[in-house]
Design a protein around this ligand. Structure first.
Ligand code: GLN
Length: 247
C-alpha cells in the first residue's frame, strides 16, 4: 500500500527546462518518508500499458515539433488514459502536455493537433513566434487548503482559453494566455500548468499534495505525510517572489 506507481510518458521527447526533475523530486520526497516509488516509462511504440494500474501519469512540456511527433501516438492511449482519469488516477501535466489534454493545440504555423479532449480548454499559438509568454511567474493557489504562492518559469506561444477551473491566479507573469489573470487547470486528481522549473523542486506543497492524494486514494482513507524540512526550498522561493515583486 505504501508505494507510489508513476507512469512518465514521452520522457525522451517532452522534457523542457528540467521537467524530468519533477520525477526526481517525487522519488526523493517518497524516499525521505520510506515510501517506495516506482517510475515506469512509456514512449512512442512502447507496448500499451494498463493506465489504471498507476497512481500518477506524468507528461512534461515540449516544443511544437515534439508535440507533433507524439500527438498521434498519444491518441492511441486515449481510451486507457480516460479510463484511468475517471477512476481517479492523478494526471500531472506540464505545458506541452497540458495543452494536449484539452480539445486541440494549434501551433504557430497553423498546424492543428487534436488533443485528448479530456478537458474543455483549447490552445492556439500566436502566429508571430516572437510573441511568447516567457519569464518567471508567481501563481496564488488555494488547492492545498492553504493560500500558497507558487513560482515557476513559463515559455509558451500557446494561448489556452476556456479553462473552467484554473490552478491559481497570476500575481506576476502571464499564465494561460498573455497577461492572463489565471494559470493552469485543476481538478482534485489533475494539475496542469505552464510552470517549468522544475515546478516541484520549487514548490514542495504541490509534490506533497500529489503524493498524499495518490496514497490516500489507494488506501481509501486520508493519509497524512510526515512533514519534511522545506526551509531551504521556501527560502529560495521567497528570493524569487521578492525579486519579481521588486521588494
Ligand atoms: N510548444 C508549446 C508552446 O509553445 C509548448 C511549449 C512548452 O512546453 N514550453 O506553446
Amino acid at each position: 500500500m505504501n508505494k507510489l506507481k508513476i507512469l512518465h510518458m514521452y520522457s525522451d521527447m517532452l522534457d523542457l527546462y528540467g521537467d524530468s526533475g519533477n520525477m526526481e523530486i517525487l522519488k526523493y520526497r517518497c524516499k525521505m518518508r520510506g515510501i517506495e516509488c516506482e517510475i515506469g516509462k512509456y514512449s512512442i511504440n512502447s507496448a500499451m500499458p494498463d493506465f489504471t494500474s498507476f497512481d500518477l501519469i506524468y507528461l512534461g512540456g515540449g516544443a511544437d515539433l515534439e508535440q507533433q511527433h507524439i500527438a498521434e501516438d498519444l491518441h492511441k492511449c486515449r481510451q486507457g488514459i480516460a479510463k484511468a482519469y475517471k477512476r481517479g488516477v492523478f494526471l500531472f501535466l506540464i505545458c506541452g502536455g497540458y495543452q494536449l489534454f484539452g480539445k486541440y493545440y494549434k501551433d504557430a504555423d497553423g498546424n492543428k493537433m487534436d488533443g485528448l479532449g479530456l478537458f474543455d480548454y483549447y490552445t492556439v499559438a500566436e502566429p508571430d513566434r516572437r510573441k511568447r509568454c516567457i519569464g518567471n511567474i508567481i501563481v496564488r493557489t488555494e488547492f492545498t487548503g492553504k493560500t500558497v504562492d507558487i513560482v515557476g518559469f513559463e515559455n509558451h506561444g500557446g494561448q489556452t482559453k476556456n479553462v473552467k477551473n484554473p490552478l491559481g491566479s497570476v500575481i506576476c507573469g502571464h499564465g494561460n494566455c498573455t497577461k492572463s489573470t489565471h494559470e493552469g487547470y485543476f481538478e482534485k486528481n489533475v494539475i496542469a500548468t505552464y510552470m517549468h522549473g522544475p515546478c516541484l523542486a520549487k514548490n514542495p506543497e504541490i509534490s506533497d499534495y500529489i503524493i498524499s492524494y495518490c496514497l490516500s486514494t489507494k488506501a481509501g482513507e486520508n493519509i497524512k505525510l510526515t512533514p519534511l524540512d522545506d526551509s531551504l526550498e521556501k527560502k529560495c522561493r521567497q528570493v524569487m517572489v521578492d525579486r519579481l515583486t521588486n521588494k
